[in-house]
Design a protein around this ligand. Structure first.
Ligand SMILES: [Zn+2]
Length: 255
């Protein structure tokens, strides 16, 4: 059976007989692995569709046990990502993140559309593309079933308003915001991990959740906020998704 799918290449490697195994995030079938004899380095049109940061249409033969790409054509190439080291590093971390968090063979069309938006925004971003990645990651948490609790204390359920000025602590170990009383208690448990940022973590996460990715092409976060958001996200995704792609990204020096 021949199926056709829109997709983004996540990774590829050589296999026997001059063939390659390509891992693609497809809109219709989720993440899938397919063999192909199309060589990425050749000059053909199909080869272009196997390059990184490319949105393409694939014709795939679905055999009993494996997929095989027959042909492919580029729908959109985000080639300008490769022209800038910050864009490239950010987009590479994004690809690694997708590759690790996506379950095999499970369609996630909303996450796919979000990924295309992300690639589009990164390809035109001029400053601090990391913010785009943080916004993308926060948006994916609910789609992946690991959304943090932001409405009330993750432990006792008290609303931040019950504490006058609210509370700003975020417990990675608990999976959401935490009130001062519960934070004291949780600190005594061996694997507790609580952040006390200088900014309102609820506002920042909500802002990421609600605004379209495009917003963050221009609206950056202050460097010190960005740095702390990265720490929290790195620990959070490490704990709940088993992925940490942010440690490798250098935050630009504060100028
Ligand atoms: Zn509490």
């Amino acid at each position: 059976m021949i199926i056709s799918a829109e997709g983004i290449v996540l990774r590829q490697r050589k296999i026997a007989n001059n063939r390659r195994m390509i891992v693609i995030f497809t809109k219709q079938y989720g993440k899938l692995s397919a063999g192909t004899s199309i060589n990425e380095k050749s000059r053909g049109k199909a080869a272009l569709a196997l390059r990184p940061f490319t949105y393409a249409e694939y014709d795939i033969f679905k055999g009993r046990e494996a997929y095989s790409i027959n042909s492919a054509s580029v729908s959109k190439s985000f080639y300008s990502i490769g022209e800038d080291i910050d864009r490239f590093m950010t987009a590479s971390a994004f690809i690694e993140y997708l590759d690790k968090v996506l379950p095999e063979g499970e369609p996630m069309p909303k996450l796919f559309e979000l990924s295309l938006d992300f690639l589009q925004s990164v390809s035109v971003s001029n400053s601090a593309p990391e913010t785009l990645l943080y916004a993308f990651m926060v948006k994916t948490l609910s789609m992946l079933g690991v959304a943090p609790e932001l409405g009330c204390c993750v432990n006792c359920g008290k609303h931040p308003d019950a504490f006058g000025g609210g509370f700003k602590m975020f417990s990675v170990s608990g999976g959401g915001i935490i009130c001062p009383d519960c934070a004291e208690e949780e600190k005594r448990t061996p694997d507790s991990l609580i952040y006390k940022p200088d900014f309102d973590i609820i506002d920042v996460f909500r802002y990421f959740e609600l605004k379209p990715i495009k917003t963050f092409e221009k609206v950056g976060l202050k460097p010190e906020v960005r740095r702390e958001v990265r720490e929290i996200l790195a620990d959070y995704t490490d704990r709940y998704l088993g992925v940490d792609v942010l440690r490798g990204i250098e935050e630009p020096e504060v100028k």
